[in-house]
Ligand binder design. Structure first.
Ligand code: DGL
Length: 261
């Protein structure tokens, strides 16, 4: 029960999911690893993403985690099923909660990194749950660097969103934000796609799945002492600490360097 939950992402984006875990499971000890040395995953080959995902998971397993969360959509598309077969602990990704939330829509846009969209995984899974659906898969590779430079509410964000999303206007009922970073663009995406298009984020659903598993396994931490949060980055910890606040919402006090990756 004292054992922490581990999360890994290519960098800072997964902190948007960690934020929801903190809200729903405020007693849990958490370890977050941002593989910033290999960021971004979104333009990497499946082989590279799988190699990084295995190394990240091994690093967290060595720290005795009881459950692994993979908030990174690109990593989930390429490595979630592989890691589920290889590791002895429960693993929760962001694909399943996203699929649950788009279930009732008929015209769905999937917005993600190039690697996520090219994997075709979301397209296949959505079609599996409803063959009657119209899917518009759109890679938006400029969104991640834009957000990481703090331009998510800048006019540039609006122009780039227009460039990617103009063709979807009037054609969709929902847009699945299949990238850790895109929740930060919510305002711009709302304006661009219109208020009648639902923007779907899997973070809360992911936290609910984690809670359900821990309840079922009787592994919830119920101690009253404050939980312990540990942050690791595979590149410049100070940069992670500074940028992390944008995604996590609160100040991150300390980030350690993971020298292994
Ligand atoms: N974490 C990635 C994802 O959700 C976005 C950032 C990256 O490309 O590494 O797909």
């Amino acid at each position: 029960m004292e054992a922490p939950i581990g999360l890994f992402d290519s960098g800072f984006g997964g902190l948007t999911v960690m934020k929801e875990i903190v809200k729903l499971l405020p007693n849990e000890n958490l370890i977050y690893l941002g593989d910033t040395a290999n960021l971004p995953y979104g333009n990497k080959s499946p082989e590279t993403v799988i190699r990084c995902a295995r190394a990240n998971a091994a690093f967290l397993l060595e720290r005795g985690i009881k459950l692994l969360i993979i908030p990174c959509h690109t990593a989930c598309c390429h490595a979630l099923e592989i890691l589920k077969q290889e590791l002895p602990i429960p693993i929760v990704g962001v694909i399943e909660p996203g699929l649950q939330l788009v279930h009732n829509f008929r015209r769905i846009a999937i917005l993600g990194t190039t690697s996520t969209i090219e994997s075709g995984l979301y397209q296949t899974q959505i079609r599996k749950q409803n063959s009657n659906v119209e899917i518009f898969a759109k890679a938006c590779p400029l969104f991640v660097p834009l957000i990481e430079e703090g331009f998510h509410e800048h006019i540039t964000a609006k122009l780039i969103a227009q460039h990617y999303l103009d063709e979807l206007k009037g054609k969709i009922d929902a847009a699945l934000l299949a990238c850790t970073h895109y929740p930060l663009l919510r305002k711009v995406l709302d304006e661009e796609l219109g208020a009648n298009v639902a923007l779907i984020e899997p973070a809360v659903g992911c936290a609910q799945i984690v809670k359900k598993i821990l309840v079922e396994k009787n592994q919830l931490r119920i101690q009253k002492e404050k939980p312990h949060y540990q942050f690791f980055a595979s590149d410049d910890p100070e940069k992670f600490r500074k940028f992390g606040k944008l995604f996590f919402g609160t100040v991150i006090e300390k980030v350690e360097k993971n020298k292994k990756l």
